[in-house]
Design a protein around this ligand. Structure first.
Ligand SMILES: Cc1cc2nc3c(=O)[nH]c(=O)nc-3n(C[C@H](O)[C@H](O)[C@H](O)COP(=O)(O)O)c2cc1C
Length: 383
């Protein structure tokens, strides 16, 4: 099993995290981890904060000579913006800045002050902010490397922003991969990308924000991870929780998801063949998971991100002290963050799949895990 815990406020000193369960002797590529952090930050539609932060990981524990020790990994990502927030966010000295008292609809602000009995919404919004997703992306990058070592690739793309839908039916997988690498919005359709950019610019001018839909794919997963034997072992349920835990994600589908409800059983299932010594399907509407277990087909997770709640043209709210109607608090923010959300979701999927691989194949060392993994793949052929 792989465990991940993070700490850190949006404008605090840093975001830190512990990642436990990567076996000993695994080589880490820090360049790749930092590139993933940059991917999260640099898409079209993101706000000013991303121009300040140039995220980089610093390793604190768990690695020696570029290889993991099998002990917990500890990483730190410093917040450059801390310099501008030292007075407000000082851990010891009380700030003289007035409290935030105008909760933003769609944020944790109001629910959070009621839960934690706080009079300053800053005490809520700092940790509820999506800044913590930087830690998820760095931890997910370690897991992506771990999976790549087993020939498994986790990647994704943006399908839709602000109602503009991308098309990719005529493209090969390689073409999709190449296009999304070059895209400012992580989308394979150049025409749709332009329309999405226009929609984002228009929303920005109007002080508004946009949401959208994205997908994450796991290429070449092993069969047999996850289980139907208990509710909390099902792979589809674990993936749904991992992706739904990302701030602003409001729906998750596995495979064809909600569309399955509109099909007949005969149209929905993926029929089974046996060819060249392998079980095969001609379709993958179940998204690579049956009975809570990976069936060896690619795993497909789709999700929807709601529009960013903070609006430059503020929504109506109530001041928590006076109870009067006021415009809600405005914190600097993005017009849309759907591509970044997709990168975070790739990280969460990589974390979940890595954890389930570790659960099934054990292995304190990378060598042992790989040996168990490939032996199992051979064993399946004897069925
Ligand atoms: C990558 C990413 C970036 C985000 N950027 C912002 C932002 O700039 N402003 C904002 O108000 N919300 C932003 N959000 C969304 C909020 O964090 C989220 O809506 C809020 O914490 C409430 O959580 P909920 O939508 O899950 O209820 C972002 C989310 C993600 C995943």
């Amino acid at each position: 099993m792989i465990r991940f815990l993070s700490a850190g406020e949006s404008h605090g000193r840093a975001v830190v995290f512990i990642l436990e369960g990567i076996p000993a002797g695994f080589p880490l590529n820090f360049d790749f981890i930092n590139k993933e952090l940059t991917r999260r930050q640099n898409f079209f539609g993101r706000g000013g904060r991303m121009k300040i932060e140039k995220d980089r990981v610093e390793i604190i524990a768990g690695v020696r000579g570029g290889e993991t020790l099998g002990s917990p990994l500890c990483f730190i990502i410093w917040n450059k913006d801390w310099e501008n927030w030292k007075e407000i966010m000082h851990p010891i000295e009380k700030s003289s800045t007035p409290p935030v008292t105008r909760p933003r609809p769609g944020h944790a602000d109001l629910a959070g002050i009621m839960k934690f009995l706080q009079g300053d919404i800053r005490n809520i919004l700092e940790r509820a902010s999506a800044r913590e997703t930087a830690a998820r992306v760095a931890a997910g990058a370690v897991c992506k490397l771990f999976l790549k070592g087993l020939g498994i690739d986790v990647w994704g793309w943006v399908e839709e922003i602000g109602g503009v839908k991308a098309k990719w039916a005529s493209l090969t997988r390689e073409e999709i991969k190449q296009r999304i690498c070059e895209s400012s919005l992580l989308t394979p359709d150049l025409q749709a990308e332009k329309e999405m950019q226009d929609a984002i610019e228009k929303a920005g001018r109007e002080g508004d924000t946009l949401g959208g839909v994205f997908r994450v794919i796991v290429d070449n997963p092993p069969p047999g991870i996850g289980s139907f034997t208990q509710w909390d072992l099902r792979l589809d349920a674990l993936l749904a929780q991992a992706v739904m835990s990302i701030p602003a994600v409001k729906g998750v589908e596995i495979g064809e998801g909600f569309r399955l409800g509109r099909l007949k059983g005969s149209e929905a299932m993926d029929e089974i063949f046996f060819e060249n010594g392998k079980f095969k399907r001609n379709s993958n509407r179940m998204g690579g998971i049956e009975g809570g277990i990976s069936n060896g087909e690619e795993i497909l997770v789709r999700a929807v991100m709601k529009p960013i709640p903070t609006q430059k043209k503020p929504l109506s709210t109530v001041d928590i002290r006076t109870k009067e109607k006021v415009p809600s608090w405005v914190e600097r923010g993005d017009v849309t963050a759907v591509p970044s959300c997709c990168v975070v979701a790739e990280a969460m999927v990589a974390l979940t799949v890595s954890s389930e691989i570790r659960r099934k194949f054990g292995g304190d060392s990378w060598e042992e895990l790989k040996s168990n993994y490939y032996k199992y793949l051979e064993k399946i052929k004897e069925l």
